[in-house]
Design a protein around this ligand. Structure first.
Ligand code: GLN
Ligand code: ZN
Length: 763
């Protein structure tokens, strides 16, 4: 039995790669130094894995920026705008960074390739751009030198080294393509064949071929493409370990077993898989790799129950059994040992990447000896977590248990609510508003940092934040917006802010996970029952409202977004956790209403990204996700207006669920796509108020009045004007005040212009 790893976090225990990248981008280190530091990263990672007992070390999992981009570079698929950069120093590293981020220390700026989410994780990959011309004559462009060099580097740490390569079908599936992408497969395969040839020449044996799209329900054409690919490729002496993760692949086994692979990796934790049935259907000479340690969470594994599950397979398969984490450890933080501020009990529940490798080693020893004593001792804390007093706050459990259907709905329908709200708010046609945050200036960041370091006391801090709120309210009144916000100066991050104010949520010092490139996130850990310690936003919102006669919209983060951007306890269902968070938000909603707030926005930007990989599982997810949102808002009486906001994703596919949220007003990102989202409303009417973003906040450009008038005219074709709002497409925290002010002034003029036009028409 062998233990292997599918990939290790590349960012480093102290985010070393981040700092290396940023130094190179700022011109503080040269390429030689950059490459040297990257090599050090890889060496450190292999050493950690080898010392933890991993036998087959992965290579090719490391990337300067992204592993999908690595595959693109390996294949030599460089879109023309990057290869034609008129630049004497057109070196490959800077081409790589121009593709990833549009700029590099040398060469001209150039529109970066798109970036999008890697399945249902919070990792983003660089979307390959394919075209007939890009894949023509691919074999001559392929260069596996880097991968082979790294293979040789890794050999210093183990004589067993296994390159990891994204397979052709997943690569094709994840690409954008003007043509029908499957038609490019034959050319693409010539490139993959050349990679195989070069790896053969280098004497490589095992190759891990990642085909995560197998977790999806592939249609007939993609299934045929899969067969075509693996019947065409000649593997030579390579042994192919077909690898998929994030979802079960039971539905594709008859396809998989008919092809010339040498082994199959099965993610046994993502979804229910019938592992024994799968094994019985595979050719009897294949290796079976069981992904039994969850690569995506931070909890210690209950090794005893895993042992009991795996033992029969070990008895059956013997040497044919390999053990691994469920997926690449890219999605988990690096090393728990660094966390000095967590108490011992809490730490005893956790395992990060390094500890997950150690778990595999423990498990292997137990299986070989058929003796589970060591892992029984190891598992005690993992089991203890479920019964710890810190977790089961019976009050929350009881509250969730007592919920009934009516708790998930507002009493009145939208029409009745709209009338009640208008009676109180008296808003003009095309009300103007913003999404919540205003520029996070250096001053604001300083204030928060000083307060965290204890250099400001609570009173001083409150005064300084209030001064920011006052400034934001004054500016909004000058600009002439109809519905104001307090500006979110007290928040660094929309999830962290609420997480820190909730019981049942913990924060680490170093549990960073790569989001994209040099960007990392440190997700909160939801470990126990969730409740509010006290009101979370009241003081800021009430203060803001006291400064103006215009309505101030309160800002909350929704339960699904808090859930999606956290590490979540696994002893109860995600739906139950979502309901617990929703109750805490609902308590805040009640407090806000009691203190006179008329408008409350509950942001849910992450609702789309929490969806399971398989489409057949979407409806179940969407049903509990929308319920949790509704629960958080349901206490609002008819006259309180509930807004929600969404961005970052394609929402067309989940429009029905968005309608089910039943928010009075939905503000949503649409400006970059020229309102393409609204096309979906051709088929399905959006019944409530809608604020399609009229300008892109990601750009420093100030939008003109006429651009926004045009976009609104377009929106009016889909949504009657009585239900249209006017707003930017997301929060403004990354912008500066001067550009924000100009942009919002133009936006207000645009709204007024249309109002005038209408008046003229009526008259
Ligand atoms: N209210 C938040 C803000 O304006 C929304 C952020 C988001 O959509 N991601 O910053
Ligand atoms: Zn947004």
């Amino acid at each position: 039995m062998q233990i292997h790893n599918l990939g290790f976090p590349r960012i480093g225990a102290k985010r070393e790669l981040k700092f290396t990248l940023e130094k190179y981008w700022r011109g503080e280190i040269n390429q030689d130094e950059f490459y040297k530091q990257c090599q050090q990263r890889r060496a450190d990672n292999w050493k950690i894995q080898q010392q933890a007992g991993i036998e087959w070390l992965p290579v090719g999992d490391f990337a300067h920026y992204d592993h999908v981009l690595n595959t693109t570079l390996l294949l030599g698929i460089i879109p023309e705008r990057f290869s034609h950069n008129h630049d004497s120093d057109n070196n490959s590293l800077d081409v790589e960074f121009r593709i990833a981020r549009g700029q590099a220390p040398s060469g001209c700026e150039c529109a970066a390739s798109d970036m999008t989410k890697w399945f249902n994780t919070n990792y983003h990959y660089i979307v390959p751009e394919l075209s007939t011309s890009a894949v023509i004559d691919l074999a001559s462009k392929v260069n596996a030198k880097t991968l082979i060099e790294q293979f040789n580097e890794a050999k210093q740490f183990s004589d067993k080294v296994k390159p990891v390569l994204l397979g052709p079908i997943s690569y094709l599936y994840l690409s954008t393509c003007e043509e029908d992408s499957i038609s490019l497969l034959p050319e693409l395969l010539k490139g993959y064949q050349e990679i195989f040839n070069q790896l053969n020449q280098a004497g490589i044996t095992w190759l891990q071929l990642d085909e995560p799209v197998l977790g999806l329900e592939l249609d007939q054409r993609w299934q045929q493409a899969f067969t075509q690919a693996y019947k065409t490729l000649e593997k030579g002496q390579l042994k192919l370990l077909l690898t998929s993760y994030f979802a079960s692949i039971d539905h594709h086994i008859s396809l998989i077993q008919s092809l010339p692979f040498d082994g199959l990796h099965i993610d046994t934790v993502a979804e229910n898989s019938n592992v024994s049935k799968i094994i019985s259907e595979l050719p009897s000479h294949w290796i079976v790799s069981l992904g039994i340690i969850n690569g995506r969470n931070i909890w210690k594994t209950d090794l005893v129950s895993v042992y009991q599950k795996v033992l029969p397979f070990y008895r059956e398969l013997g040497e044919r059994l390999w053990l691994a984490p469920s997926c690449s450890l890219l999605h988990s933080p690096v090393d728990l040992v660094q966390e000095e501020k967590l108490d011992d009990e809490f730490k005893s529940w956790l395992a990060f990447a390094k500890q997950k490798c150690q778990e595999l080693t423990l498990l292997k020893a137990a299986l070989i000896n058929e003796n589970s004593d060591d892992i029984t001792v190891y598992s005690i804390p993992a089991l203890g977590r479920a019964t710890s007093k810190r977790i089961n706050n019976t009050e929350v459990l009881e509250r969730v248990g007592q919920l009934t259907k009516k708790d998930f709905h507002r009493k009145e329908g939208f029409a009745q609510r709209k009338a009640a709200q208008q009676a109180v708010l008296n808003l003009p046609l095309l009300p103007t508003t913003t999404i919540g945050s205003f520029p996070q200036t250096g001053d604001i960041r300083q204030v928060r940092a000083k307060w965290r370091r204890g250099e400001l006391n609570q009173e001083e801090y409150t005064q300084l934040i209030k001064a920011e709120i006052k400034g934001a309210i004054e500016r909004q009144e000058e600009i002439g917006l109809d519905v104001l916000v307090h500006g979110e100066a007290e928040r660094n991050d929309m999830v962290e802010y609420f997480g820190e104010l909730l019981d049942g949520v913990a924060f680490t010092q170093f549990a960073w996970v790569q989001s994209y490139g040099s960007r990392c996130v440190k997700p909160p850990i939801i470990f126990g029952d969730i409740s509010r310690k006290q009101a979370m936003t009241l003081e800021w919102i009430n203060y803001a409202q006291s400064l103006t006669n215009k309505p101030v919209k309160a800002m909350l983060t929704g339960p699904i977004t808090i859930l999606s951007w956290s590490f979540v306890r696994d002893d109860i269902s995600r739906a139950q956790v979502a309901n617990q968070i929703a109750l805490a938000i609902s308590d805040e909603v009640e407090d806000l209403i009691a203190s006179g707030t008329q408008i409350i926005q509950i942001d849910e930007p992450a609702i789309r990204e929490g969806m399971p990989v398989k489409q057949s599982l979407w409806s179940e997810y969407l049903s509990w996700a929308t319920s949790a949102f509704c629960l958080s808002a349901a206490k609002a009486p008819a006259s309180t207006q509930i807004h929600t906001h969404m961005c970052y994703s394609e929402f067309n596919e989940i429009l029905a669920a968005i309608i089910d949220l039943d928010a009075d007003v939905l503000t949503v990102e649409t400006s970059r796509s020229n309102m393409a989202l609204l096309d979906a409303f051709e088929e399905q009417d959006y019944p409530n108020d809608l604020g399609p973003g009229v300008y892109d906040i990601h750009s420093p450009n100030v939008p003109s009045v006429s651009e926004m008038v045009n976009l609104l005219a377009k929106a009016e074709k889909y949504i009657p004007i009585e239900r249209l709002w006017v707003n930017p497409d997301c929060g403004l925290k990354t912008r500066t005040w001067p550009e924000t002010k100009l942009a919002l002034e133009n936006m207000v003029i645009a709204a007024k212009e249309i109002r005038e036009q209408l008046k003229a028409k009526v008259a």
